[in-house]
Design a protein around this ligand. Sequence first.
Ligand SMILES: [Zn+2]
Length: 276
Amino acid sequence: MKISASYWGRDVNEMYKFIEKCSKEFSVVRLSYWIFGLNHPSVISKLNSYRKKLGISYNVHMLWGNIDLSSNIKNIRLGSIAESKEAIDFLSSIGGGVLNFHPSLKPLFYKFFSSQEKAKLFGNEVESFKEIVSYAKDKGVVIVIENATSFPSNYPEFKRSCNFTFHKNIVDKIKYPNFGVNFDTGHYFQHSHTESLPLPKVFSMVGKRIKYVHAHDNDGSYDQHLAVGKGKFPWPEFLDLLNSYGFNGTLELELSKLSDQIMSKNYLLNLRPEYF
Ligand SMILES: [Zn+2]
């Protein structure tokens, strides 16, 4: 398993400084696709120079909330697929890696939709991801979908994505090797109390298809994004399960401060040095 740093900000120059600083501790960095101008040729060339000079590789978090891969409005869905393909091209141009999506947010008044209409939206999402995953296949890009949180609070169907039913359904329908689940530890833990969803059960549902991890902690009350080990998430059990399911991917420390990311890395290395 690898451990990755994470840049959450919105500014390209700040991102460069972050990469330079974190490269002393990490060899993988997550970038955020919502940064304006991220796929400009000059940014791509700078990121590639870091790759060569500092030995850095990248993963990317896709836009979320602004795209809708499940939409029944044709041009919104097609536009969302086109944006996703641009993000794949971007990631491919900086060496390839993992591109992380959230499940699509749902339209206003979704709760009044009939079960047929809901099934149609899910079918749209499956078709969109099939197209995206197949496009990414030869470009060195792995597509993952994260278990979301209840933010934004008007997201009517967050449970669907927090209890992994959505993830199980979609990975069962799309069997490409470059498609899987991003297990977000904090989002899981925030909801596991109410969902009564023990970790072994999640792993029995999607364990073989976990291809990436967002590692952060909380005390179970809300999505605090605390440093690893500073909340109540069961890290030893989680790492042992990942290992027993043959996970060989990246744990991204999805924390805003680099100091928290370094502290978290040391915590994980101390806990199970044999896995890293
Ligand atoms: Zn996350």
